[in-house]
Ligand binder design. Sequence first.
Ligand code: 5GP
Length: 126
Amino acid sequence: MPYAYDDQNIFAKILRKEIPNDTVMETEHTLAFRDIRPQAPHHVLVIPKGSYVCHDHFCIAASDAEIVDFMRVSGKVCQMLGIQPGEGGQGFRTISNAGEHGVQEVPHYHMHILAGRGLGRMLNPA
Ligand code: 5GP
């Protein structure tokens, strides 16, 4: 079944500027802003401006320009935060939750960038 995008989700409202956000970076296709409930000293959300529900939807349906822009912005945010492990930073984690098992809260594709403390192992045993 094709993805149905709910344009009343909170990130759609942020993109329409109906609610404020703490922007870190903005380009033609991408917005990066701070998570309202940060789970690490740095917690940035990177979202495409297009109407994509989750990772696979974006990767399959978005244009090359949107995908390249999204990935470049995610890298530049790491650069801006000084968290790149190859450049003297102490590293980070990117997460993209999808659907029920991924426990995705907001149905607009986003990548979390978490950094600024040791983040522990990727998953706790179920
Ligand atoms: P998910 O669980 O969908 O992967 O993550 C959604 C994230 O969006 C959560 O970390 C949550 O704190 C964040 N979030 C929810 N509502 C808002 C909001 O209005 N503004 C911002 N900046 N972040 C939000």
